[in-house]
Design a protein around this ligand. Sequence first.
Ligand code: ATP
Ligand code: MG
Length: 403
Amino acid sequence: MDQPFLEAKPIIETLNNNGFEAYFVGGSVRDYLMGREIGDIDIATSATPDEIKKIFEKTIDVGAKHGTIIVRYHHQSYEVTTFRQDCDYKDFRRPTKVQFVTSLKEDLKRRDFTMNAIAMDQFGNIFDFFHGRADIKRKIIRTVGEAEKRFSEDALRMLRAVRFVSQLSFQLHPETKKAIQYLHTLLENISVERKTVEFEKLLKGPSVKRGIELLMETNIYQHLPGFCDQEENLQKLLNYSYSHLQTSEEYWTMITFVLRIESVESFLRAWKLPGKIVKHVRMAINRLPKLLGNGWTSLDLYQIGLNDAVKMERVRQALQREFHVQSIHHLEQMYRELPMKQRNELCINGNDLVEWFQKKPGPWISSSLAKIEERIIKGELPNEKEAIKEWLLSCNRKFDENC
Ligand code: ATP
Ligand code: MG
């Protein structure tokens, strides 16, 4: 058994010792069987949320009414969910009522795909009622049970299917694909937040191009924010490699740029992305045309900061299809060599200007400091008080004019 399971094993043992069944389930078992790195570990148990809370010292109630409790153990979080059977699917979304059932098989049956419906006990015994292992072996994504029924219950599963294609480099089972092509419009009922989670995972997968192709082949793209009338531009996304991109900011910059989105802010807001991402992408989109034409200047680097510049550099590389680690090293070197990294390192301040020019403070101070800063960054002026004063006075003009 892999290390993450060994670390989580005492949770299963504790549940067993208290008379409850408990198993590893979902993505971690799938990834373990595939030899992939294991992500979050989920546990399914016959214990109810209240019982879980009683047994473990540190728990976080994230969704007791859906049967999920987070158990904190050795500084790790584990989602422990009571066996459940979903009923009353309304509006093609999540179930309205969750009925707790004491059956592992019933719990696995409500899971989306056969590869995600495998359980493993603390001894490493596998419980595979829906032939998930055979599908993993054949690299097939197939719904547990009838595809049309399962997608009608929760339409998000259609997008999840495609994101798994990208993430695992599997194929959709023909029935599963046909059902998506037939039912894609049900995705209109799904919240943007849930779509965004899956779409980001799709973007970050190794087979992202196949994922994007499938979004088009199945028409899912029509139900993603801002993609509806973008069929032609979406094709263009296939011309690039995404494997060097790292952060969400980079992926969204790439998408926004290649799709030639006009209103960047409203596009990103439609995906309900965090303000931090929106801010970065707007900045990057504004600066990319110049960067693609002229490359980096020390002033750009100074204004953007190294962190954001590295993110932009990876996008530049993806857009210009050149992948050299050296260019990142070069950027870091350029940054190290900047005469200063931020304005508070400037060896003069507004008071000096007021004193030298005998003028009332005003907006001229900030614009003057910016001009001085620019010359210093460009290497045209040393960051030394006397030198700056001399240069300013030699301009022999009023300071609020161009100098
Ligand atoms: P990842 O490794 O990307 O986290 P995952 O398979 O663990 O993939 P999660 O979204 O974390 O995906 O979900 C955990 C498990 O919960 C899945 O493996 C699946 O068994 C079940 N599941 C998640 N979403 C759904 C859904 N919409 N319908 C049915 N089962 C689902
Ligand atoms: Mg998971």
